[in-house]
Design a protein around this ligand. Structure first.
Ligand SMILES: Nc1nc2c(ncn2[C@@H]2O[C@H](COP(=O)(O)OP(=O)(O)O)[C@@H](O)[C@H]2O)c(=O)[nH]1
Ligand SMILES: [Mg+2]
Length: 429
């Protein structure tokens, strides 16, 4: 009988707390055996029920395994979280280069530019600038950044209006946008991985639902732990039952403590407990995950302000960082979210996620230019290694990197364009 409750059965399921469950079930099994020895008539009652439970359990294990293999689309993880989380964690994306990760943006931009130039080597300013404006706006660079980029280009005395000339000039101007940003010195700055004077470095992470907050915290926890920091996580998104579970899964993966309250606890209560844990246990960095539902903006902001107030009260000087996570593929919405959150809680930086999945990487330029909030990290995939500090030169290099695959995306099969691309490459060599 006890073998029915064998720990290996539960380990198979890949359940996060499998050891705990196994211990409890084993002792339950032992009690059951003793009971059956005392009252043999009960055994005939338990046997069919036990067999039925066993069959159900096997079915559950098989379903879970299949689910984890196929993974869950990003949007589904909000509603079908636990299996999705495990699936996501098991997916190992490997550390790809940044230009591989930003391939969609690069292709969009290059193909757009090829269309502008079509079969001609060079255009007049009159032909070129309106088309370029359209391309930059449609890449989500934002109106302000686009206007400034174009006026900088136009002000050049002798601009080379060939495709190559324009690419070189544009590359230089985009780098200048980043360098001129009021906050350029804080761009790509890493979160401090050591507590200062015994005070934990508290990082409050905010943003709308689905932006990537919890995933980003998980990635950052692994990153900082790897740098030798003592890290803890606070599960202050108490609105969705699955949210603390998702954070715990990342916490287990990173090997860091997750402080979470009982279901339905107030976020500020969890923040209180987490800050005290961090102070008592000499934690270097405490990441505070928050809820992000926007259906009622004033509630969301009140809740955030409460959490912030408790952190400030219980740990003077904290939170040292308030980072907004925005989904890079949400275009101008991301810009609007940055504006609203900055007004409410004064952000120290932005993390732009999902840039691997969008052709509109220009949003990074728009956020820097229009809001002057430093972009600290970018997310270019779901793996822990896919969160990269934002280095503007590396970002621009990746957007302008020349790859053979770029040549196949402009109007496929078009002899003229292929010939043009070949000429361009010959000229470069
Ligand atoms: N492709 C991609 N997916 C991401 C990235 N960051 C987060 N995600 C996915 O976005 C979804 C929502 O993330 P989650 O952390 O739950 O968002 P939250 O509601 O803000 O906490 C999950 O499926 C993540 O795996 C990224 O940089 N690239
Ligand atoms: Mg979350």
């Amino acid at each position: 009988m006890p073998s029915i409750f064998s720990p290996s059965l539960f380990a198979l399921s890949g359940t996060v707390n499998s050891n705990l469950y196994c211990q409890r079930l084993s002792s339950f099994g032992d009690e059951l055996v003793t009971l059956c020895q005392d009252k043999p008539e009960l055994f005939s009652l338990f046997l069919p029920g036990g067999l039925l439970a066993l069959v159900c359990l096997f079915l559950l294990v098989i379903l879970r395994r299949r689910h984890a293999q196929v993974g869950v689309p990003a949007s589904d993880t909000q509603s079908a979280p636990i299996m999705g989380i495990i699936g996501e964690l098991e997916r190992d994306t490997g550390a790809a280069s940044l230009d591989d990760r930003l391939v969609k943006s690069r292709k969009y931009f290059f193909s757009g530019l090829r269309k502008v130039f079509s079969s001609r080597k060079s255009l007049s300013a009159h032909e070129l600038f309106p088309a370029l404006e359209e391309l930059l706006i449609s890449s989500d660079c934002g109106v302000k950044a686009t206007r400034d980029l174009l006026s900088e280009l136009k002000s050049e005395n002798s601009i080379d209006l060939s495709e190559d000339g324009l690419l070189a000039a544009l590359r230089e101007k985009i780098l200048k946008v980043f360098a001129d940003s009021a906050e350029s010195s804080s761009m790509g700055k890493e979160i401090a991985s050591a507590a200062s004077a015994g005070t934990p470095n508290v990082v409050l992470v905010v943003g709308v639902n689905g932006a990537g907050k919890t995933t980003t915290i998980g990635k950052l926890a692994q990153r900082l732990k790897g740098q030798g920091a003592v890290v803890a996580l606070a599960a202050c998104d108490t609105f969705r039952a699955a949210a603390p579970e998702q954070l715990r899964a990342w916490g287990e993966r990173a090997g860091v403590k997750v402080v979470s309250g009982v279901e339905g606890a107030k976020p500020s209560t969890v923040a209180y407990e987490a800050v005290h844990y961090a102070k008592n246990e000499a934690v270097d960095v405490l990441f505070v995950d928050t809820a992000g539902r926007l259906h009622n903006r004033s509630n969301l902001m009140n809740e955030l302000e409460n959490v912030k107030r408790i952190i400030e009260r219980e740990c003077p000087g904290a939170p040292q960082e308030i980072l907004l996570v925005v989904d890079g593929s949400s275009g101008q919405n991301a810009l609007e979210q940055a504006r609203v959150f900055h007004e409410a809680v004064k952000l120290s930086g932005v993390i732009i996620t999902k840039l691997d999945g969008t052709p509109k990487g220009g949003i990074v330029i728009a956020i820097c230019k229009e809001l002057g909030i430093p972009v600290r990290y970018i997310g270019v995939g779901e793996g822990a290694e896919d969160l990269r500090p934002f280095i503007s030169s590396a970002f621009v290099d990746a957007l302008f990197a020349e790859h053979d695959d770029d040549l196949s995306i402009s109007e496929e099969g078009s002899q003229t364009l292929s010939a043009h691309a070949a000429v361009r490459r010959r000229r470069r060599n």
